[in-house]
Design a protein around this ligand. Sequence first.
Ligand SMILES: *[C@@H]1O[C@H](CO)[C@@H](O)[C@H](O)[C@H]1NC(C)=O
Ligand SMILES: *[C@@H]1O[C@H](CO)[C@@H](O)[C@H](O)[C@H]1NC(C)=O
Ligand SMILES: [Zn+2]
Length: 534
Amino acid sequence: MFGASVKFVLSVAVWLSSWTLNCSAQTEEEKQPEYWNNLAWQDIQDVLQLQPRTGVAKNLVLFLGDGMGVSTVTAGRILKGQLAGRTGEEELLEMDKLPYSALVKTYNVDRQTGDSAGTATAYLSGVKANYGTVGVDATVARGDCAASFTAKTTSILEHAHAAGKSVGIVATARVTHATPAGTYAYAANRAWEHDGKMPSEAKALGCTDIAQQLVEDNPFIKVILGGGRGYFTSTDQSDPEYPDQTGFRTDGRDLIQEWQDGKQGAAARYVWRKAEFDQVDPAETDFLMGLFEPDHMQYSLDNEDDPAGEPTIAEMTTKAIQILSKNPNGFFLLVEGSKIDLGHHFGLAAHALNDLVAFNDAIAVGKNMLDLDETLITVTADHSHMFGFGGYAPRGTPILGIVPKSDDNIVLDGMPFTNILYGNGPGGSLGGRQNLTGVDTADKNYRQQAAVPMKYESHGGEDVSVFADGPMAHLFRGLHEQVYVAHVMKYAACIGEYTEKCRTSRNQTSAGDQHTWSGFTVFITLLLLKTIIN
Ligand SMILES: *[C@@H]1O[C@H](CO)[C@@H](O)[C@H](O)[C@H]1NC(C)=O
Ligand SMILES: *[C@@H]1O[C@H](CO)[C@@H](O)[C@H](O)[C@H]1NC(C)=O
Ligand SMILES: [Zn+2]
């Protein structure tokens, strides 16, 4: 007992001293006004030197952080810095370094706070939709199969394919989950991910489940990496990684086998574990399906405990780009950091934020592998969360820690509080706040407290950021409807309804500019000549 408390006091002392050292090292130069003046002047020069890239985007890569609201980006940035032993606040994520940014409004047509399906339809197809619907316009109420047939929208993935580009999706959720589904599926209800989740009336009307749509209607998708194996296999098939579990489909189909059968004669591979994934040679592979879990993939912090091992989101992104970039016409790739959202829903901030750091690594891969004169990289979120941090913690306070008491944060119940708190969610309590004295709030499975106890923490309704670089990235500025994201991508690549608009408007703009300038130059020259002659 005594030994344990001595150890605890010692470890707190060690932590405090290391924190104080770190903190002072980081902030010493910040005490000099020149530090800030120089930093800002450097930023001004960088912005002055920015040259919009006006070519046509051959490649489009959309990095989508599910549930990655602005407060999540800030907290993830601090965590990344602290994992590297720094104070954290001054850190920059890969998305922070992209030169252009905007805000987008995330509401659904029928709800003030949106979900991943309605918002996916907005930023992938360019049409705002209803809550819980995917790939269909707002004439479709959630679950109305009959209305969906005449309401299909066309996603950026479909436009890219039609333009002769290769297309692929990478997610850490099930590949049938709302965000990836937004690229290829049409469903009046996002929950219709396998046949067993569909009402019989919808099936009788001819609506099909999302896994079936992926395999049957989209044989051209070259890279499909993520989770959701059980949604493609039936209840009489046992799972290769968890032999005591079966697939979820009730129609007896093995859609993974069907996908492979449909690729006969093509260089196609299906993999379900890390070792096989690592052996895939992109030069020899044109189609790759990798389903690494029966359900969602692991949180990045749990990856090492996975029985069969899983590739990281950065590794999946690398392989996807290697395969897709073999097409001389270019490609479209969606990379979703899916489990930022799921961590939040369960009130598990450590998982949400560590998955954001893993997602950041995937963005680094994209920036390093691709030429930004011919690739538009866009980073955004579908919606935010009821997630916040604050309370006047001193500089460098562990983001997953407790905020030290001060005169600025007088807690009325006298108990400690964490830096991160949720507005609602499973961290809420029916019997008042838990006393956090002695609780390890940095544990990866610690649930931060929430004001309103709810089974699952909810999305937030405020705007989210878009960060971009590459051709036409400078169109991201100011505040827009979320649909703007899809339209800028289409305009940048001159695809979809912008194929013609782009050819005329862009060529006219540049030719017109030249014409005006040369006319102006001639006018000035004549004026000067006249002055001299006079
Ligand atoms: C919280 O717990 C600590 C340790 O058990 C105790 O000293 C403190 O008084 C408690 N605070 C409140 C407000 O109950
Ligand atoms: C501009 O015009 C040229 C020649 O007419 C054409 O080859 C090119 O594709 C056009 N640019 C765009 C952006 O469509
Ligand atoms: Zn969500």
